[in-house]
Design a protein around this ligand. Structure first.
Ligand code: TXA
Ligand code: MG
Length: 322
């Protein structure tokens, strides 16, 4: 059973030691909670896959304290530098060519010649990186394919029973509540590999050009996927979902959006997409726990700003289960 402790200075110092010993520590970031391990230690990284029950082909995001630390592991293009300057620390992950001399486990790249890297903004994540003095590989701290955790209690529900997880640092609710946006540069073209906490429009405004879409690759099957983590059914609650629902049927509970939704829960009564993103995973969990065999119907969410990432997660949560 993992120990869940408030993220005090002493707890973070101990968590840093655990990471250096090759143990797993779950910690808060501004997006979702991460299941962290020393990214330079093969065995520690392997434990992440084991604890999550994650398919091996799925590579992990490496977290570092700043862009300078990232430079040691990956090669930045001019556009990648621009994005790092604007969005780090924060909810943006860059997939960049791995340096030959990078001291990172090959397992974090899962056979690819690139590394996904991110500088988190959350003060506990930053303090942990400093305490550990290691790059930290961290997927979302949930069992593979399940809803991502935005509170320490979610991590405990999903992975708390695992002997592999040494500690959960409790830093409260995640501010953004959606995983980071993942951007890669296949053939040098900035490409949206996973919509997330930073909206496409913001990134396009900084780059001064449109982002290419990875969806075409994703449709061509697992091997050709630009972002291999984008499995069809993912982020799935136990209860089935019906999307774009105007109202709930007799066998359904409604997860609403906007002022008109007469629902058990509302992602944002004022129609604010940032608020909806922050509430999404916690409300899916709460409805799932109380649905009692009913289906979850979800109000339509506009496809702008963070709506793209919210719709992406909902579509996956509703996809046929494998
Ligand atoms: O907000 C987040 O990104 C959270 C927090 C903990 O930082 N982490 C997270 O990690 O969501 P994870 O492992 O659940 O998702 C990582 C995503 C997957 O879609 C994966 O396929 C993609 O990043 N990814 C990782 N390495 C990649 C690579 N080398 N090339 C392409 N995609 C990669
Ligand atoms: Mg995940």
């Amino acid at each position: 059973m993992a120990e869940c402790v408030a993220a005090s200075e002493a707890a973070i110092a101990r968590a840093g030691e655990l990471i250096r010993e090759g143990k797993l520590v779950a910690f808060p970031t501004e997006t979702v909670y991460g299941l962290g391990a020393d990214a330079s230690d093969d065995k520690a990284v392997a434990r992440i896959f084991e604890a999550k029950g994650r398919p091996r082909f799925n590579p992990l995001i490496v977290h570092v304290a700043d862009a300078q630390a990232a430079e040691k592991h990956v090669v930045f293009s001019a556009e990648a530098k621009t994005l790092a300057r604007h969005f780090w620390p924060g909810g943006l992950t860059l997939v960049l060519p791995r340096r030959a001399e990078a001291r990172l486990s090959l397992l974090v790249s899962a056979g690819l010649d690139t590394v996904a890297i991110r500088v988190p903004a959350h003060e506990t994540a930053q303090a942990l990186l400093k305490a550990a003095q290691r790059p930290i590989a961290a997927p979302s701290a949930n069992a593979s394919g399940k809803v991502s955790p935005t509170r320490a209690s979610h991590v405990m529900e999903s992975l708390g029973h695992s002997d592999l997880l040494a500690m959960v640092l409790d830093g409260g609710a995640c501010r953004l509540g959606l995983e980071s946006t993942v951007i890669g540069f296949p053939q040098g073209i900035p490409t949206l590999l996973r919509p997330g906490a930073v909206a496409r429009e913001e990134i396009e405004a900084v780059l001064g050009r449109r982002l290419a879409d990875a969806d075409a690759d994703a449709a061509s099957g697992e091997a050709g996927r630009a972002s291999p983590g984008q499995l069809e059914s993912h982020y799935a609650p136990g209860a089935p979902l019906r999307l774009d629902a105007r109202e709930a049927g007799p066998d359904e509970v409604l997860l609403g959006f906007g002022p008109k939704a007469k629902s058990s829960m509302n992602l944002s009564a004022s129609g604010d997409l940032t608020e909806a993103a922050a509430n999404l995973f916690a409300m899916l969990r709460a409805l799932d726990a109380t649905a009692g065999g009913k289906r979850i119907a979800v109000s339509p969410i506009p496809m702008e700003g963070l709506g793209e990432a919210i719709n992406d997660r909902l579509k996956r949560a509703a996809a046929p289960r494998g």
